[in-house]
Write a protein of this length. Structure first.
Length: 337
């Protein structure tokens, strides 16, 4: 797969979009000394090449949805077709093939209230008993360590002042936010537009919803600050030279779980870290340049953290789907409908 030629400005733009996926190009331009047109042109180039996309997504934690990390060991001839089928489900995301193509790793949502829905049937009834499945585990995501957002791997970064300027105006979850109207049918048009393109301008959102721009601003502010909705930057990391991805499963002493999770969240190699149920009670997504980089990270960085008792590494062979996009040949393809 051809690696797109990117430079420091592209990497700084990626960093800015991780901090605030809807950061105005004018603001990024003023902080980096380029024109607004240059910033917008760089974004369009990266998006058209399948390097990045911005999506608006319903947050399972704020909407009474359980979020499960599912590991499925399947027959070698069945793993690929099964992973493809899972990727088509709207309640399943982050679908990957690992372990030489015989293990599927994905995230699945389920309602946390009484009764069963289609996802719970997928998790607890149908999949474990199909002839293609050799082994099946589902672990509940109990807590995300997502307060830190920033650069990835060895990509160029914004400086501390630039980071502060972007973070100070970003629309983010506010733990102190009061109760708001839950997501309902009135929000469907708004959320559909943002699911397809999280950077859709407010004027276009107003047209799609029939609302005034002020109402759009107000509702977005409510949804994001309350934790019901969030904006996410998806990145095809291989296209910017980060060719080795892995899921790291850790066993951590319970008293150390919060400290270790927060420390991992500060590492540039870690894109996501969460506390989960089960004996492997912490999982992290690692993004590195190559296997040697991954080895150095595990032995030097992880190895030096007190409280980690065991580590298991699952290298990702192929990603089929991220949170809001399918993937094709390592590139972000059509958004999930």
């Amino acid at each position: 797969m051809e690696i797109l030629t990117t430079d420091e400005l592209d990497h700084q733009l990626i960093h800015a979009l991780r901090l605030d996926p809807r950061v105005p190009f004018a603001r990024f331009a003023s902080l980096t000394g380029v024109s607004e047109q240059t910033a917008a042109r760089r974004f369009r180039r990266l998006r058209e090449h399948g390097v990045l996309r911005v999506h608006g997504l319903v947050d399972p934690f704020g909407n009474a949805l359980g979020n499960w990390m599912v590991r499925i060991r399947a027959r070698p001839d069945a793993a690929g077709p099964l992973a493809d089928a899972l990727a088509q489900r709207p309640d399943v995301s982050w679908v990957s093939l690992t372990a030489g193509g015989t293990e599927i790793l994905c995230a699945a949502k389920s309602h946390t209230g009484h009764g069963t829905d289609g996802t719970q049937e997928l998790l607890l009834r149908r999949l474990p008993h199909t002839k293609e499945v050799i082994d099946f585990t589902a672990q509940l995501v109990m807590h995300r360590f997502d307060d830190r957002l920033g650069s990835v791997g060895n990509l160029a970064e914004l400086d501390e002042e630039q980071v502060t300027q972007i973070r100070s105006r970003a629309l983010v979850r506010d733990p102190e936010a009061g109760p708001v109207t839950p997501i309902g049918p009135d929000d469907d048009a708004l959320l559909a537009e943002l699911r397809d393109d999280g950077r859709t301008p407010v004027a276009r959102l107003a047209q799609a919803t029939g609302w005034s721009p002020a109402r759009v601003h107000r509702r977005l502010d409510e949804l994001v600050r309350s934790g019901l909705f969030y904006f996410d930057l998806e990145l095809a990391v291989e296209l910017v030279g980060l060719g080795t991805q892995a899921t790291i499963w850790l066993t951590v002493a319970p008293a150390d779980l919060d400290r270790v999770g927060l420390e991992l969240a500060e590492h540039k190699e870690i894109a996501y870290v969460a506390a989960i149920s089960g004996s492997r009670n912490l999982m992290a997504s690692a993004i590195t340049r190559d296997p040697e980089h991954l080895y150095r990270y595990v032995t030097h960085d992880l190895g030096g953290i007190p409280g980690i008792q065991q580590i298991e590494i699952s290298p990702i062979l192929r990603r089929l789907k991220q949170a809001g996009s399918f993937m094709h040949d390592g590139r972000l393809a059509a958004p999930v409908s």
